[in-house]
Ligand binder design. Structure first.
Ligand code: FES
Ligand code: FES
Length: 166
């Protein structure tokens, strides 16, 4: 089936099998920042924003992307102009192997869009569906809270995302 959707601000047209998963289509389209860890909705590595809502792309069909606006971690910011969340992860030692990081930053973006001043508990809850085998989570929570502080002090520092995954 043919479908089109917006991927990080760019309109893409694709041909997908009826049973093809969104994570596979996105990676085939070059969005290699969308990681597959478990493939069963347990790890959060495949997190994306679909119309601003945190979703697990391993649990979506590619067909469900039709007409939607997709944001992956690469759509939050670039190496030259990182999003405050991405910069905070780097500055707070919240990245080790990096495999979980795209999904973590998407979960953080969804949190900060709906709650610009999260507590540490809010941050822990927001990333509770995202597993990290490296960091122990403390530095990730530090980074999420630091990004929240920066964004709340910077007018116009809005973040895509509105809700947690449904
Ligand atoms: S790969 Fe989707 S939740 Fe683990
Ligand atoms: S940094 Fe390695 S899994 Fe999180």
């Amino acid at each position: 089936m043919k479908l089109s959707f917006t991927l990080n601000g760019v309109l893409v047209r694709a041909d997908a099998d009826p049973d093809e998963r969104a994570v596979d289509l996105l990676r085939d389209l070059g969005a290699l920042d969308v990681k597959e860890g478990c493939g069963t909705g347990e790890c959060g590595a495949c997190s994306v924003l679909v119309d601003g809502v945190h979703k697990l792309s391993c649990l979506l069909l590619a067909a469900q992307l039709a007409g939607r606006e997709l944001t992956t971690a690469a759509g939050l910011g670039t190496v030259a102009a990182p999003h405050p969340i991405q910069r905070a992860f780097a500055e707070h030692g919240a990245v080790q192997c990096g495999f979980c990081t795209p999904g973590m930053t998407i979960a953080a973006a969804a949190l900060l869009a709906r709650n610009p001043e999260p507590s540490r508990l809010d941050a822990r809850r927001a990333i509770s569906g995202n597993l990290c085998r490296c960091t122990g989570y403390v530095k990730i929570v530090d980074a999420v809270c630091a990004a929240a502080s920066e964004l709340s002090e910077a007018p116009g520092g809005e973040t895509p995302g509105a809700e947690d995954q449904a």
